[in-house]
Structure formats: C-alpha cells, structure tokens
Ligand binder design. Structure first.
Ligand code: FAD
Length: 624
C-alpha cells in the first residue's frame, strides 16, 4: 500500500506510445482512444487494456511518424498517468503499479503536478505578490495623505513593433502596471488584410502595410507554425502557447507535435489580443513609424515618430518614455542605420540565403506516406498533410565548388516548409524582391513549398565591408535586387525547373505551375548567387533526392529569392537585463535584434524582456 501511495504523489510520464495510423482516430482527435489504451497497457504490462480508466491519462504530445524505417506509419503519443485515478481498479490488477520503474525515454516519474500556467495567470499571480500590486496600493494611499507620499506615476514604456515579441512584451508590461504605448508602422489586421489583398490582386505594394509590416508582425500572413528549437516543453514556451489558446488558438496546439495555426486563425487571435491589451490601458498607435530615438548622455529618453504612410515631416512627434522596447523585426532595414548613428553596438550575424522550392502537395504526400497518401484528403483526412525537414552538409571544394575558405562545410537546409500553402511576396519595396510561404489552417492548397537555404557568415560579405556591421543587410539586398530585375519588375518572380537548375540551363519548355499569384518568369537562377551558394544548393538537392526519392521532379519549381531567414545583424544587449550594451533605457528584442528565429521564440523573448523591463522599473521583483 505504501509503495502505491508513494507512486501516486506525482505523475508518470509514458513516452513513445505508438498507435498504427490505421487504428488511430486521426490527427484532429486528442482524446484517449482504445488503441492508445492498448499501447499504454503494453508498456505497463497490464493485461486488459479496456479496463484502464481513460480519465487516468492525459495527452501531453501527439505527433505523426511516417519514417520509412517503420513497418507502418503511426501516431506517437506522450501521456501523463495519474496513479491516484487507477486505484479504483480491482486490487488484484495493481501488480503493474508495483512494477513501475523509470525507463529511459519511455517511463519517467514526474514528482509533482508541474503544469505551467498561461502567462495571464502568471501575471495575475505576480500582481498579488510583487510591486505591481503595491503600486496600486500606494496610489490609493496617496489620495488619503498626499503630504506624506509623493504621487507615483506609472512608468511609461514604448514598445516599437506589434510582432510576437512586441505583443508579448506589451502584455507583460501592461499587466504589471506600466503605461504602455505600442507603436506600429503597419495597420491593424482588418486594414492590413485589405492592403495585402490589393497587393495580391492589383500589384499595389503599400510600403508600410504588407506581409512583413502590420499588426502581428511578419508571422500574421504566414503558415503560423508554432514549432521552435528552444524546447517546446519548457515552461516559457508552454506559457506562450497557453496564452495563445486564451486568445482563441485551438487547444490542440498544446499537444500537437507540430502545432500550427494558419493565417485564418491568426487574424481573429490578434484581434482578441488587441482587445485584451486595450483593456489593460495599452495605447496602440497603428500607422505610426519610429524614425529616431531621443538620446541624452547615452540614455534613451524617448522616440521621434511620424505618420508612417507619409514619412518624416508629416505629423512628426517627440514622445518621452522611461524605457523603449525595440521589437521591429528584421525587415525594418531603416532602423539599423539610425541605431548606428547613435553608436549602438551592432554585430554582423550568420544567416542563410537560397531559393524556395515548390512541389505538388500530392507528390510530397506520396514520397512521405506511400499508400497512406490517399488519407490526406486536402487537410480533412486522418493523417496530416505531409511535410519534410532536411539538412545536408556540403563541403566546399568538393566537386569543384568554389570556396571562400578551403575546408568550409556549409549546411543547406529546408526552412519554413509550408505544406498545403502558397508562395508569397515579402518585399517591402518594389526594387527588392524576396519571397516566403504561408498557408491556411487546413493546409488545403495543391502545393507544398519550402525554402532551401545555405548558411552564410560575415566572411562571405567581404565585398560589402564598407557597410560595417550592416554588410549582411547589403549582401541580402544585392540578391533581392537581382531577383527583381530578373523577374522583369511588377513583383514577377524568377523561377527555374529544378531539373534545369541542376543542369544549369534555362527552362525553355513549359514550366511547372506555381502557387505564386503575381506571375513567374523563366530565368537561370545560377545568375543570382555566387557559385558557392548555387553549387551547395545543387549538391544538397541531389542528396535530398536520395533521402526523399522523387524530390527531383519535372513538377518541382525553384523560386528566387529567399534571403530573410533570420536577422543579418545582432543588437547587443546585456543577458540578464535585456538592456542594450550601449544605450540605457533601450531594450532590443525579437528577430530583428537577433534573439529569435520564429513566432514562438520571438514571443518568449518579448515575454522575458517584459519582466526584465518591469524589474528595472520596480514593477516586478521576482526572477526572470
Ligand atoms: P516581426 O514579426 O517582424 O514584427 C516587427 C513589427 O515591427 C512589424 O509589425 C513591423 O511593422 C514593426 N516595425 C518595424 N519597424 C518599425 C518602425 N520603425 N516603427 C514602428 N513599427 C515598426 N515563423 C514561424 O515561427 N512560423 C511560421 O510559420 C512562419 N512563417 C512565416 C511566413 C512569412 C511569410 C514570414 C514573412 C515570416 C514567417 N515566420 C514564421 C517568421 C516569423 O514571422 C518571425 O520570426 C516573427 O514574426 C518575428 O517576430 P518579431 O516580433 O521579432 O518581429
């Protein structure tokens, strides 16, 4: 009995529970099915699966595994088991509880119920225990005895940029009692949707409201993949995910091995986020662009802004703040030179450039799932629309690839793969052409696209040295300009059939169709990048085809160019305070500052920065 009691204090986590795809109720079902109970019973060595009570198990993760090494594709579960809820079982069947022992990667003991709360709940708890709450008390007392206590004004914070990092920083600061102004050069999602519509249908590019700029940042008209490399089970990631659920994301993102939202879900979610921020008193200024910082003695005292649609000189304003959070993303190339003028420490950073490849989705389904491909049903089926993720290491000098340094190994990898998606234009001005991918929640389109990119480092930007730490930005620009010229203008994208790219010849026969709405132009994409990048791409594609036979296909089309995979610059900051190493009161965060590489990591960075700024303003005293 004692033994069972000890084992019932916490949770037992059971991992790698495989359920064959043909038995599982499918990707959208996140309950405990009988086939899952059978997999659990097998691990626990429990004789009759159907006798296990469903309520004793909660699903932590569900993913789909269609690797060729398996006899059959399967759904793989991680499940938490609450021993207390098993004690209603017939005592003669308790044997398996006595036998429970941690087993690496399969059975793990979780000493206590340690479920991370959503951020809003965490913040409410903070208010009760930290200064955020005291501030309100002190303001109340002031009314009673104004001679003794000075009037405590709320500290004023400007957050520049309403992408994931800026939104989460605003949320934390707003909840903890700061007076937050959220300044965004782009438009709210309603107007932004119309601007993007005008771009896709009438080729009208609004330089301040497009796929990169506007409410929600670069990730709004995206695939909305919520996968991250910063540890999906960490408390910070879970807090962000739970907060997204509070604002309307479906709860299966908490469980799905590859969670994603899609643009159609992101737009209403952002509206709810906005309403919540407004409820906290956050002043949101859309269509307002940061042009400059007000700096005195290496201290940021405020910002200079203007009406974004008209530019400097139109409705210019100087606004004072106690702290400025810079969350502008990596397409705000006008911000970096402004920072350099204030001697802000910037460092060039490695990133990756390449092309976007598109296949018919059916072809990718067939490569990944073989016969099960018929179960996809344009996103409505039991198995998820197939994706892929590949990395190949290419040694330069190998097979004549020219080399920036002799034994350099570059990685060429797929990036931002959008199953059932479309290729979209992410330029912010007409002379620079770059692309990315987006999808809707069902991922029902006929196409599968992904960037294939090659790593580059500051050694590769030698010819742009005169730009100092901004050499990488100019390196990106160079290829974007070439792509715009090669496409012939009007946002037409240069393309090449993958078979022709491998043979370095112009595609002269009819091109495979493309999901890109603004038109494509047959081109020789070898003319865009230096040969070390082109050859790395060629080698990688040949190797990928060995892993995914059929990847090299008459139906696969390469689009140019994909350059903005991550920031080419890092804005240096202190690790503990998030404050710039060169300007007091400036807090650079998110992807544009070089501290994030996607929606979730940007949100987590914004969240931590919110706490750090709140701490420096004495609104919060806890740990960060
Ligand atoms: P951003 O999201 O770039 O937000 C910065 C904001 O600052 C923008 O709204 C901009 O308008 C504003 N701003 C810039 N300059 C100024 C200024 N001077 N004054 C005022 N406001 C300013 N990531 C994923 O994880 N999953 C995906 O599926 C995915 N798909 C993507 C698809 C596309 C088409 C694109 C473009 C990106 C995609 N990404 C995806 C990347 C992801 O969007 C970014 O990593 C993330 O948005 C970065 O967040 P951020 O807050 O750092 O910056």
């Amino acid at each position: 009995q004692n033994n069972i009691k000890n084992r019932a204090e916490g949770f037992w986590r059971l991992s790698k529970l495989g359920v064959p795809a043909h038995k599982d109720p499918g990707k959208d079902f996140i309950g405990v099915s009988l086939p899952l109970l059978e997999a659990i019973a097998k691990v626990l060595e429990f004789p009759v699966a159907a006798m296990l009570p469903q309520e004793a198990f909660s699903i932590v993760r569900k993913s789909f595994d269609a690797r060729k090494v398996l006899k059959e594709p399967q759904f793989v579960y991680t499940v938490d088991m609450d021993v207390k809820k098993l004690l209603n079982l017939e005592p003669r069947t308790w044997d398996f509880i006595y036998r429970l022992e941690p087993k690496l990667g399969v059975i793990e003991y979780m000493p206590k119920e340690d479920i991370p709360a959503d951020l809003i709940r965490i913040l409410h708890d903070c208010k009760q225990t930290h200064n955020g709450f005291k501030l309100e008390e002190r303001q109340d007392t002031h009314g009673k005895d104004s001679n003794e206590l000075p009037l405590l004004k709320k500290p004023k914070v400007a957050v520049i940029g309403s992408g994931p990092s800026g939104l989460f920083a605003s949320l934390v600061l707003g909840e903890l009692g700061a007076e937050v102004t959220l300044i965004e050069r782009g438009q709210a999602v309603e107007q932004r949707g119309r601007d993007i519509g005008a771009l896709v249908v009438r080729r009208v590019l609004q330089s301040e409201s497009n796929f990169c700029f506007g409410e929600g940042g670069a990730g709004t008209w995206s695939d909305g993949k919520l996968v991250t490399r910063i540890g999906r089970n960490s408390d910070s990631v879970q807090a962000v995910m739970k907060t997204l659920v509070q604002f309307g994301a479906p709860s299966n993102i908490l469980v799905d091995g590859k969670p994603h939202l899609g643009t159609d879900r992101l737009v209403p979610l952002l509206r709810n986020f906005r309403q919540h921020l407004k409820g906290l008193g956050v002043d949101i200024k859309f269509g307002t662009r940061l042009n400059d910082l007000i700096v005195e003695n290496k201290h940021v005292l405020g910002v200079k802004v203007c009406d974004a649609r008209h530019g400097p000189g139109y409705d210019d304003k100087k606004l004072s703040y106690d702290a400025v959070v810079l969350a502008v993303g990596h397409s705000a190339r006008d911000v970096y030179p402004m920072l350099l003028e204030h001697n802000v420490d910037l460092l060039p950073k490695d990133f990756a450039v390449g092309l976007r490849i598109e296949h018919p989705q059916q072809l990718i389904n067939g490569i990944q799932y073989s016969t099960l491909a018929t179960e996809v049903h344009e996103g409505r089926g039991r198995v998820p629309v197939a994706d892929y993720k590949v990395v190949k290491y290419i040694s330069e000098g190998n097979d004549g690839a020219s080399s920036a340094s002799d034994d350099l190994i570059r990685s060429c990898y797929s990036f931002c793969m959008c199953p059932g998606g479309q290729v979209v234009l992410t330029s912010t001005n007409p002379s620079e052409l770059c692309i990315n991918g987006m999808s809707f929640s069902r991922r029902a389109s006929r196409w599968a696209n992904a960037a294939l990119v090659v790593t580059v480092s500051s050694n590769d930007f030698d010819s742009f040295q005169s730009y100092g730490p901004l050499a990488g930005v100019e390196f990106q620009r160079e290829f974007e300009r070439r792509a715009a010229i090669m496409g012939g203008g009007n946002f037409v994208v240069p393309v090449q059939a993958v078979t022709d790219f491998l043979e370095n010849k112009l595609s002269v026969t009819s091109l495979p169709p493309s999901s890109y709405r603004l038109g494509v132009q047959a081109s020789n994409l070898h003319e865009i990048f230096p040969s070390y990048i082109t050859q790395a791409l060629q080698h990688a594609i040949l190797n990928i085809d060995k892993e995914l036979p059929g990847f090299i296909s008459q139906d696969a089309l390469l689009h140019g160019v994909e350059t903005r995979t991550s920031s080419p610059v890092q804005i240096l900051r202190h690790a503990d305070t998030y404050e710039s190493t060169s300007l007091k009161g400036l807090y650079p965060i998110g992807e544009g500052a070089g501290y994030a590489g996607g929606i979730v990591s940007a949100a987590v960075d914004g969240m931590y920065c919110g706490f750090a700024v709140a701490k420096s303003l004495s609104l919060y005293q806890g740990d960060i």
